[in-house]
Design a protein around this ligand. Structure first.
Ligand code: FES
Ligand code: FES
Length: 195
C-alpha cells in the first residue's frame, strides 16, 4: 500500500502556521471571535412540515436550506440533480403543489405545508409514469444526468398544454439543458405523451 507523502515545503508551511496560531494571545483570539460574531449571523432553525412524494415529513432546517439540498441531504432523495446550483440548467426541477420549480433556487421554508413531487415520486410503484416510459422508448437520454429534471419539466409542459408544436415544446422546455444533446428524443417523448 502506498503511504501518502507530505512534501517538506508543505510540512514546514503547516507547522509554521500552527506555531503562529499558538503564539497569538488568548485575548486577541477572543476579540477576533467577537468581530466574527458581529458579521456572521448564527443559524436559525425552523420547524417545517411538508409532504414529499406522498409522505409527511417534520423537519428542523436551517432557514437558508434550499429544497434541493433538503431533498438530497436530509431526505436522501438524490434523483433531483445539482447541475449548476444557480437556476440555469433545470437539472433540479421538481413540482411543488403541481407547479414546476427550480429546487436549487427555492428555500425549503417556502414549501411549508406544501406538497413536493420529485422524480422518485412519479412512478406508481413498479409502473413507470407514461413520460418515463416515453423517454426510454424515444431515446430521450444519454448520460441521464439531466433526465430527472427534463422529465419533471416535460410532465408539467404537457399538463400546462404547451405541446401544440415542436417550437412550442422547445420554448417551454428551454430552461432544461442537456449537455448530451438528447433534445430530439426529449421532444419526441413529449409529443408521444401529449398524443
Ligand atoms: S441545479 Fe438548479 S437550475 Fe441547475
Ligand atoms: S442525457 Fe446527458 S445531460 Fe442530458
Amino acid at each position: 500500500m502506498k503511504i501518502p507523502s507530505i512534501s517538506r515545503r508543505k510540512f514546514l508551511m503547516t507547522s509554521g502556521l500552527l506555531v503562529f496560531w499558538a503564539a497569538i494571545p488568548v485575548h486577541v483570539k477572543a476579540a477576533g471571535e467577537k468581530v466574527r460574531n458581529l458579521f456572521v449571523k448564527p443559524k436559525k432553525v425552523l420547524p417545517l412540515k411538508m409532504k414529499v412524494n406522498g409522505q409527511n415529513y417534520d423537519l428542523n432546517l436551517d432557514t437558508r436550506t434550499t429544497v434541493l439540498d433538503m431533498l438530497r441531504e436530509n431526505l436522501d432523495l438524490t434523483g433531483s440533480k445539482k447541475g449548476c446550483d444557480h437556476g440555469q440548467c433545470g437539472a433540479c426541477t421538481v413540482h411543488i403543489d403541481g407547479e414546476r420549480v427550480l429546487s436549487c433556487l427555492t428555500l425549503a421554508c417556502t414549501a411549508q405545508q406544501k406538497e413536493i413531487t420529485t422524480i422518485e415520486g412519479l412512478a406508481n410503484g413498479e409502473n413507470l409514469h407514461p413520460m418515463q416510459k416515453a423517454f426510454i422508448e424515444c431515446d430521450g437520454f444519454q448520460c441521464g444526468y439531466c433526465t430527472p429534471g427534463q422529465i419533471m419539466s416535460a410532465v408539467a409542459c404537457v399538463k400546462e398544454g404547451h405541446t401544440g408544436s415542436v417550437e412550442e415544446i422547445k420554448e417551454f422546455m428551454s430552461g432544461n439543458l442537456c449537455r448530451c444533446g438528447a433534445y430530439n428524443g426529449i421532444v419526441e417523448s413529449i409529443q408521444k405523451v401529449a398524443g
